[in-house]
Design a protein around this ligand. Structure first.
Ligand code: GLA
Length: 396
């Protein structure tokens, strides 16, 4: 992290000072992520290729002596949550961001019972509810902040990502995989991250220079996303059991053809098996600068999410095909994230960005008649934290 903190970080520091009458002693940051390819493969022990984006959740933090946590969310009208730090905290009646804070810190308390009480001020510019992992970025920023505050700076990015995932699985109630948390923990500027979700090995894959990450938000978000997500996961697990493999990562199309399965379950499994192959092929294509193949793989991924996994919506399909039309063979576009709305990612040469923006403006309106929201991002660094001195600048 550099000394030149961006406005969002400065806002968190200033709000901390106003609320608590002293400077925070730690500042932590963790990015959102965009997935280039490999959707729903993570909880099937498969492969994914996300990039951390240059939008972050920031946490300004300091200790307090009563063993409690007072968290303030600047982006929620300075709403607060005061709770006792413990391994099994109660849920907050309103759930939402407060449960992410409670559940995430509880994971750390279970490992480090002497964690001090703390004041936290949270601010960020990762769009919320867009499928860009604002909650994973919140969790990683909290874990980084708490770890640095307590002086136990020994846990790796992978370990912190696991804790953040467990908080989602056990406390928040979404049976998500590890992709978002690991991308937020270990992202690298200018690179995507090939993740093997079984071994958790990560390999940075350089993005061709002059490539833009254009993220177009459909402004569609279906309700009951968590239950639809959890249902997909159960269908994948059923298919793996039927083929007697530990996870769909270990299945092949030949095995699938030889197994009696209900049509829906067969198509869910076919998406995962083919998507894993596409992630590895896309990694190769990126490495060799073969943007045409990358674009074809992204288009095939989108079609598989639409037809086999059934997680796109008409608005998302329209956004993807608009962007694919502009990008042509110079890159690719597809839905990104868990699905049922959210965003489309286009990987394209910078020079095509104005044409893509014009096509979106002319050709897309959400079901409520709104234009797409566009985020132009770069692949940024993973989570980090620093100590601050009494003037609010980096210590040491
Ligand atoms: C959400 C989950 C991830 C992953 C994606 C789909 O973002 O949090 O673990 O499963 O959906 O690829």
């Amino acid at each position: 992290m550099t000394q030149q903190f961006p406005p969002t970080a400065l806002a968190a520091i200033q709000a901390y000072q106003e609320r608590h009458g002293t400077m925070p002693t730690v500042l932590a940051r963790a990015p959102g992520r965009v997935n280039l390819i490999g959707e729903h493969t993570d909880y099937n022990d498969g492969f994914v290729l996300p990039a951390a984006i240059d939008r972050n959740t920031w946490v300004a933090a300091g200790t307090r002596s009563d063993g409690q946590v007072l968290a303030t969310a600047l982006d929620e009208d300075q709403a607060e949550d005061l709770f006792k730090l413990e391994a099994n905290p109660p849920h907050h009646p309103e759930s939402g961001w407060r449960d992410h804070v409670r559940g995430t810190l509880a994971q750390l308390v279970a490992l480090a019972p002497n964690l001090p009480g703390m004041n936290l001020v949270i601010a960020g510019d990762v769009p919320m509810g867009a499928g860009l992992s604002s909650s994973a970025s919140l969790a990683l920023a909290l874990l980084r902040a708490a770890q640095t505050l307590s002086g136990h700076e020994t846990r790796s990015g992978k370990q912190l990502a696991r804790l953040a995932q467990q908080a989602e699985n056990q406390f928040v109630g979404c049976q998500c995989g590890i992709m978002d948390q690991l991308a937020s923990a270990e992202g690298q500027p200018g690179h995507a991250l090939l993740i093997d979700c079984r071994s958790l090995d990560t390999e940075p894959v350089s993005l061709p220079s002059g490539t833009a990450l254009l993220i177009a938000h459909s402004r569609v978000r279906r309700g009951l996303v968590d239950s639809a997500y959890n249902e997909r996961r159960q269908q994948c697990e059923a298919a793996a059991r039927a083929m007697s493999v530990p996870a769909l990562r270990d299945a092949t199309l030949a095995m699938l053809a030889a197994t009696e399965l209900p049509d829906t379950v067969m198509r869910r499994a076919r998406h995962i098996i083919t998507e894993n192959q596409r992630v590895l092929a896309a990694t190769q294509a990126l490495r060799s600068g073969d943007m045409q193949s990358l674009g074809e793989l992204m288009a095939a991924s989108h079609a598989s999410m639409r037809d086999d996994f059934e997680i796109t919506t008409p608005a998302i399909d329209q956004l993807a095909s608009l962007l694919q039309g502009v990008v042509g063979s110079a890159g690719g576009a597809r839905m990104t994230g868990g699905g049922f709305g959210g965003c489309v990612i286009a990987l394209l040469p910078q020079a095509l960005v104005p044409a893509a923006m014009a096509a979106l403006e002319a050709g897309y309106r959400s079901p409520e008649g709104l234009p797409a929201l566009v985020y132009l991002c770069e692949a940024g660094p993973g989570a980090a934290s620093v100590h601050l001195d009494a003037t609010g600048t980096m210590a040491g």
